[in-house]
Design a protein around this ligand. Structure first.
Ligand code: DHB
Length: 391
C-alpha cells in the first residue's frame, strides 16, 4: 500500500501530525502495535503547556481540552517547612492545563477516524528502508502476523522511546546523548478528592514528592524511589505514610489506590533527528525526566515544526524548512532538557547527598521563589516557550 506520509506510532505526536497534515489535504497512514483500548486506557502525562492547549483547541468540538481540562495558573513549591506559590498568570500571563494525555488521545483518535483517516492498531513496524530515496518504506507486520510494506513520500518515527525508526535515522537504536539518574518515581492513582487546589512539588528531607491530579475524583501522586523499587513491596498504608511524610503541613486526602507504577528517569537526545525522507518526533527523538512535565509538550512542538516543513515539501516541493527541522527542533529540545534536568536536580535527594548538597539545594530553591526574575524563568519554562518563534 502507499500513502503520502507514513507515521509510525499513534501517540500524541503521530496522531496530531496526521490531523494537521489532513487539514492541509495531505493523506497519511498511522500504525501502532498497541490496541486502541490500550492506547486510550494507559494513564500517562497530565500537564499541557498553553501552546499545546491552543493547538488541541484548534480542533474545535473534536477536542474536549477546554471543556474537560482544568486551567492551572500556578504551582506550589514546598521545602524546609515553607510553601511558596509560583503565580504563572501574574509572572508571565500564561497558564497550563491539566488534561490527561489519554483523554487527548481519545479526542485525536475519534477525530482521525471521523475524517476517514487510515489508522491501524495492532500493526507493528519492523523497520524503515530507503530513507535516503524519495520513496521510503515502512516494513510492518499486521495483527495476524502477515508482513506488508507501506510506501510513502515521507516516513515519521513517532514510535516512542523504543523507536524502530530511529535506526534508519541515526544508524543505531540507541545512538544519542544520554544520561541516567539514580532515582525514579513511584506513581499512584487514587480514588480521592484533590488534596490541594494546585500541584505541589515538595523537596523534603525524606525525598521528593509531587501531588498532582487527574479529575475531581482521581488523583495522581508520585514519590521519589529507588529505580529498582518493586511496586508490590509496599502496602497502601505504607505508601500513604511515605507520601504524607514528604508533604508536611498538607493533609493528603486518601482513597483506594488502583494503580501503581515506577517511572525511570533518563535524559536522551538522538544524535540525528532526520535522514533524507525520515524524521523522528517526540520520545523517538528525545526523552526527558518527568519533573516539569515536558515530554508530551515537546512532542507537540516537534510536530508543529515538522508539519510546516512537510507542507512545504509535499505541497510546494520546497525542502528548505525540512532541511532546518532538526536545528529548529533541537533549540527547544535542549532548553527543555535543561529545564527537566534542573527541576529534577533541584527537587530530588540524590543517594549519598551531603549536608552541603542539601543546603545548596535550599539556597537554589530560595533563589527561585524569592526572586521575581527566578520565578519568572520557572513560569516561562513551565508554561512553555512561545511556539511561534519555532524554538
Ligand atoms: C505530572 C507529571 C509531572 O512530571 C509533572 O511535573 C507534573 C504533573 C502528572 O503526571 O500529573
Amino acid at each position: 500500500m502507499s500513502t503520502r506520509v507514513a507515521i509510525i506510532g499513534a501517540g500524541p505526536a503521530g496522531l496530531l501530525l496526521s490531523h494537521l497534515l489532513g487539514e492541509a489535504g495531505i493523506d497519511s497512514i498511522v500504525i501502532d502495535s498497541r490496541s486502541r483500548a490500550e492506547i486510550e486506557g494507559t494513564v500517562r502525562a497530565g500537564i499541557l503547556e498553553q501552546g499545546t492547549v491552543e493547538v488541541l483547541a484548534s480542533m474545535g468540538d473534536a477536542s474536549r481540552v477546554l471543556t474537560t481540562g482544568t486551567r492551572h495558573d500556578g504551582v506550589e513549591f514546598h521545602f524546609d517547612g515553607e510553601r511558596h506559590r509560583i503565580d504563572f498568570a501574574a509572572l508571565v500571563g500564561r497558564s497550563v492545563w491539566l488534561y490527561p494525555q489519554h483523554e487527548a488521545l481519545k479526542d485525536l483518535i475519534a477525530a482521525r477516524l471521523a475524517a476517514g483517516q487510515d489508522l491501524r492498531f495492532g500493526v507493528t513496524a519492523e523497520g524503515v528502508e530507503d530513507a535516503s530515496s524519495d520513496r521510503p518504506r515502512v516494513i510492518a507486520t499486521d495483527a495476524d502476523g502477515a508482513h506488508f510494506e507501506i510506501q510513502a513520500e515521507f516516513v515519521v518515527g513517532a514510535d516512542g522511546s523504543r523507536s524502530v525508526a530511529r535506526t534508519a535515522v541515526t544508524g543505531s537504536s540507541t545512538g544519542g546523548y544520554f544520561r541516567e539518574y539514580p532515582f525514579a518515581w513511584f506513581g499512584i492513582l487514587t480514588e480521592a478528592p484533590p488534596s490541594a487546589e494546585e500541584l505541589i512539588y515538595s523537596n523534603s528531607p525524606a525525598g521528593f514528592a509531587l501531588i498532582s491530579q487527574r479529575s475531581p475524583q482521581v488523583q495522581r501522586m508520585y514519590f521519589q524511589c529507588d529505580p529498582d523499587a518493586d511496586t508490590n513491596a509496599m502496602t497502601d498504608a505504607e505508601i500513604w505514610a511515605t507520601l504524607q511524610e514528604r508533604v508536611p503541613g498538607t493533609e493528603l486526602a486518601e482513597g483506594p489506590i488502583f494503580q501503581r507504577d515506577v517511572l525511570r528517569f533518563r535524559s536522551f537526545v538522538a544524535h540525528e533527528l532526520r535522514r533524507g525522507r525520515v524524521a523522528l518526533v517526540g520520545d523517538a527523538a528525545h526523552t526527558v525526566p518527568p519533573t516539569g512535565a515536558k515530554g508530551m509538550n515537546l512532542a507537540v512542538a516537534d510536530v508543529l515544526i515538522l508539519n510546516r516543513a512537510l507542507r512545504a515539501l509535499l505541497l510546494e516541493r520546497d525542502e528548505r524548512l525540512l532541511d532546518g527541522y532538526a536545528e529548529t527542533a533541537l533549540r527547544r529540545i535542549w532548553k527543555a532538557q535543561h529545564f527537566s534536568w534542573w527541576m529534577t536536580s533541584m527537587l530530588h535527594t540524590a543517594p549519598g547527598a551531603s549536608d552541603f548538597d542539601h543546603r545548596r539545594q535550599l539556597g537554589e530553591l530560595r533563589s527561585v521563589v524569592e526572586s521575581e526574575a527566578g520565578s519568572a524563568y520557572l513560569a516561562e519554562a513551565y508554561t512553555g516557550w512561545p511556539l511561534e518563534a519555532g524554538v
